[in-house]
Design a protein around this ligand. Sequence first.
Ligand code: PLP
Length: 288
Amino acid sequence: MSRIAYVNGRYVRHADASVHVEDRGYQFADGVYEVCEVYQGCLVDETRHMDRLQRSLDELRIAMPMSRKALGFVLRQTVRRNRVRDGMVYLQVTRGVAPRDHYFPTVPTPPSIVVTAKAIDPAGGAARAEKGVNVITVPENRWERVDIKSVSLLPNVLAKQQAREAGATEAWFVDADGFVTEGGSTNAWIVTRDNVIVTRPAEFGILRGITRTVVLEVAAREGMKVEERKFTVAEAKAAKEAFNTAATTLVMPVVRIDDSPVGNGAPGSVATRLRAAFHDLAEMTKIR
Ligand code: PLP
């Protein structure tokens, strides 16, 4: 079955899907995106993802390209047309197509919108979660507005590639004071020796992950102790557990940070419990 993409009002063959060479997303990374999980035929946490999309667009002063209801329809339609039961849907909105100039376009310019969907075998994620993943640490070198989910991801791309070349799957950015901010495409967490779950506050320096928000709720429901505070690389290396969260990887245990095994070097019970309970508290809306 050939894949289908939604591009500016039309469903087209994925292989033929394209935007103009002067799309500002292409030339300036002048746009934002969202990634939602599709789980057992449901869209996961649509409301929160749409709220964050609206916030990102507002921060960049890009107009919402269509009503939320219409956008919800396009997301579902794209998932349906690609027959995705488990996987992800990707949504990107840019400031649109205009002659290349750093200033915003002076004539009314509709935002560009692209939606794609992809099936992902859940067994792959489950197998990775059973083994755990390795992370490396890299100096934080991103701009201050990482709270905006912008498509400007070059530092993240370089950090994650460095991780891959070091035999890891994720890179944790570390700020000038030695505190972990977040991963290249995930939020970072540890569990202390006293069983306290720790993650950096989302007010500054990280993206407020939707998975992070739901995991905080899961932890509260499970009666686990949580502290939203910064933690250092040294504290993470001495922790009982560590894990990452993101919409497509959910709760992913971290078993090695640089050259140090975390805890006993195997996925911990807290991360495993949070992963198992995640979909109980996430918002699920049927696609069909
Ligand atoms: N932090 C960064 C830099 C990300 O790119 C992502 C996801 O892509 C996350 C955190 C996790 O966010 P979410 O849980 O909404 O997927």
